[in-house]
Design a protein around this ligand. Structure first.
Ligand code: SAH
Ligand code: SF4
Ligand code: F3S
Length: 484
C-alpha cells in the first residue's frame, strides 16, 4: 500500500476522476470530458481549463464515449503515475476509433515533461499542453479541427490564471481549492515538479481574497490554499501585470509586500465561518510568524502538512532539501509550542539513492519523534532529468525499497490510530460535508485537525453547517460520535 489517505489535498490516489460541471447556456454543441491525475494543483488546474472552455461554450460530460474533446490532466511525480496515464490513453483509443472527429489532449506535468515527444509516442494524441499554456487551448483545439496536431508547452514566469474564475467541478459546494502560487524554485533532487511547472510565482492577493469571498458568498465553508511551497508565497505591489502600483491601503493591513502569514490572515478575516487550510508547507520556510497566525485565528485549521522525506541528515542533503534532521525537529517543536493542538502530516520516501539500513532507521525514529497524524509514503522512483537521476545511481533494490516502505506504513498506521484515539471523549467542531459513504442515516465531515468524523444525521443540521460532535469511538481511520 502506498497511501494512507485521510484527506483530499494530498491524496494522489484520487486518480482519474472525471470532472463534470453543469451545462452552460451558450452551448456550442461540443462536449468536453476531462480527467485528472496527480496532486490537488492538477485538480484545481482542471477547473481553470473547464472555465476557459466553458467561455467558448463547451459543456462537460462524464462519459468520454460521447465527448468531442477528451482531456487527460497528467502527473509525472513517479513512474507509476505516468504508466497509469498511458494505460488510460489506450482505453480512449477505442472511443476515438468510433468517433474519429474526437480531439484527444494531454495536459499537465507529463505533457510538459515529454513535450512533442508525446505526439511521436502516442499516435492517438492530438494536443499536448503544459500547465502554463491553458489560455491557448481554444486556439489549439481550432488547429486540431483544421487537421493539425498542436503543442504548447511554454512555461511562464508570470502566469497565475489570477483573473480566471474556476468552475467548480464535481463540487459538494462546501470545500474548494484555491491556487495561490504556481511552480517551484526548490530543486529537491528527486523531484520533477520544477521541470514540469516552472519557476515559482505568487498570485495577486486581491484576486485570492476575492475568489475566497465569492466562494463564501456562494455557501462554501472551507478553502484550501494551494502551492508547492506555500511558505514562500510573496507578492510585491510592483508585480502588478499592468505596471500600476498598489498601495498598502489597497491591501488592507498588509504592507506592499504580502507574505504567506499576511495572506493567511487576509483570508481568515473574510468570515469566522470560513475554514482556511493550506498545503504544502516546506520545513525550511515555515516561519514562526505563520505559526502565530494559525494560532491567532480559530478558523485557520490546526493542521500542517510538513513533508520530511527522510529522517536522516545525509539523505536530506543528497535530496537537496536544505534542512537537516535537527532543523526539522526544531520546526516540529515550534509547532508544538506555538500551536499545542496541531495535527501534523508528512510525506516520506523510502530507498532513496545510497540509503543505508541505519539511515532508514532515522526515518523510523523521526516518525516516533513527531507521531504524525497522517503520512503519504512512497518508494523512491527515479525521474528522468532530475538532479538525482543525473548524479546518483538508483541503487537500492526494489524489494528493499518495498520492505522499508512496509515498515514505514506499519509504523504510520500505529501512530494514526494513536492520534485518532486522542480525540475520544472530546467535543469536536465538525464541518458537515454530506452523508457518510456507508449510510444516508449518517453525516460525515472533518474536524479542525482534518480527521474524518461520522455521526447520525440530526434534524436541523445540513451539509455546509458546523456541528459540535462528541467523539465516542474510532476505527483506524474515522472518528465516530454524535451531535450534542
Ligand atoms: N511540494 C511538495 C511535494 C510535492 S510532490 C513538497 O515539497 O513537499 C509530493 C510528494 O511526492 C513529495 O513530498 C515526495 O514525498 C513525493 N515524491 C516526489 N518525487 C518523488 C520521486 N521521484 N519518487 C518518490 N516519491 C516522490
Ligand atoms: Fe518538488 Fe521539492 Fe518543489 Fe516540493 S519543494 S515540489 S518536492 S522540488
Ligand atoms: Fe502535481 Fe504530479 Fe505535477 S504531483 S505538480 S501533477 S508531477
Amino acid at each position: 500500500m502506498e497511501f494512507l489517505t485521510p484527506d483530499k489535498t494530498h491524496d494522489e490516489s484520487r486518480q482519474g476522476e472525471a470532472l463534470v460541471l453543469e451545462p452552460v447556456e451558450k452551448n456550442n454543441g461540443r462536449k468536453l470530458y476531462i480527467e485528472s491525475y496527480g496532486c490537488a494543483m492538477n485538480f484545481s488546474d482542471s477547473e481553470i481549463v473547464a472555465s476557459i472552455l466553458a467561455e467558448k461554450g463547451f459543456e462537460t460530460t462524464s462519459d468520454y464515449n460521447n465527448a468531442d474533446v477528451v482531456f487527460i490532466n497528467t502527473c509525472s511525480i513517479r513512474e507509476n503515475a505516468e504508466t497509469r496515464v498511458r494505460n488510460r490513453l489506450k482505453e480512449f483509443a477505442g472511443a476515438k476509433g468510433k468517433n474519429p472527429g474526437m480531439v484527444v489532449g494531454v495536459l499537465g506535468c507529463m505533457a510538459e515533461r515529454l513535450k512533442s515527444k508525446f505526439l511521436e509516442e502516442e499516435k492517438l494524441v492530438d494536443v499536448v499542453v503544459g500547465p502554463d499554456a491553458y489560455r491557448d487551448l481554444p486556439n489549439l483545439i481550432d488547429r486540431v479541427d483544421e487537421g493539425q496536431r498542436a503543442v504548447n508547452v511554454l512555461l511562464s514566469r508570470e502566469e497565475t490564471y489570477a483573473d480566471i474564475s474556476p468552475v467548480r467541478l464535481n463540487s459538494n459546494g462546501i470545500n474548494a481549492f484555491v491556487s495561490i502560487m504556481r511552480g517551484c524554485d526548490n530543486m529537491c533532487s528527486f523531484c520533477v515538479v520544477p521541470f514540469t511547472r516552472g519557476r515559482e510565482r505568487s498570485r495577486d492577493p486581491h484576486s485570492i481574497v476575492a475568489e475566497c469571498q465569492d466562494l463564501f458568498d456562494k455557501g462554501y465553508r472551507e478553502v484550501t490554499l494551494l502551492g508547492q511551497n506555500v511558505d514562500s508565497y510573496k507578492w510585491n505591489a510592483s508585480q502588478l501585470a499592468d505596471g500600476s502600483e498598489q498601495s498598502a491601503e489597497d491591501l488592507g493591513e498588509a504592507a506592499d509586500v504580502v507574505n504567506f502569514a499576511n495572506l493567511l490572515e487576509m483570508v481568515a478575516l473574510i468570515h469566522p465561518d470560513l475554514r482556511v487550510r493550506f498545503s504544502t508547507s516546506h520545513p525550511k520556510d515555515i516561519t514562526d510568524e505563520v505559526l502565530y497566525t494559525i494560532a491567532k485565528y480559530d478558523n485557520i485549521c490546526n493542521y500542517i502538512h510538513l513533508p520530511v522525506q527522510s529522517g536522516n541528515s545525509r539523505i536530506l542533503e543528497l535530496m537537496n532539501r536544505t534542512y537537516d534532521r535537527a532543523w526539522y525537529m526544531e520546526r516540529v517543536d515550534a509547532i508544538r509550542r506555538i500551536i499545542p493542538d496541531c495535527a501534523i502530516s508528512t510525506d516520506i520516501i523510502t530507498g532513496f539513492c545510497t540509503e543505508t539500513e541505519e539511515e532508514h532507521n532515522d526515518t523510523l525514529t523521526m516518525m516516533d519523534y513527531v507521531q504524525y497524524d497522517y503520512a503519504y509514503m512512497f518508494m523512491y522512483s527515479e525521474r528522468p532529468g532530475t538532479l538525482a537521476a543525473k548524479r546518483y545511481a538508483d541503487d537500492i533494490p526494489e524489494p528493499i525499497k518495498a520492505m522499508r516502505l512496509k515498515q514505514v506504513v506499519a509504523k504510520q498506521q500505529q501512530y494514526s490510530y494513536v492520534r485518532l484515539q486522542q480525540h475520544l471523549g472530546r467535543v469536536e467542531r465538525v464541518l458537515i460535508e454530506g452523508y457518510s459513504k456507508k449510510s444516508d442515516k449518517d453525516y460525515c465531515g472533518r474536524n479542525d485537525k482534518n480527521a474524518m468524523v461520522v455521526f447520525p444525521v440530526q434534524e436541523g443540521y445540513k451539509p455546509g453547517q458546523y456541528a459540535n460532535v462528541l467523539v465516542e469511538r474510532c476505527t483506524t481511520a474515522t472518528l465516530i460520535g454524535k451531535i450534542i
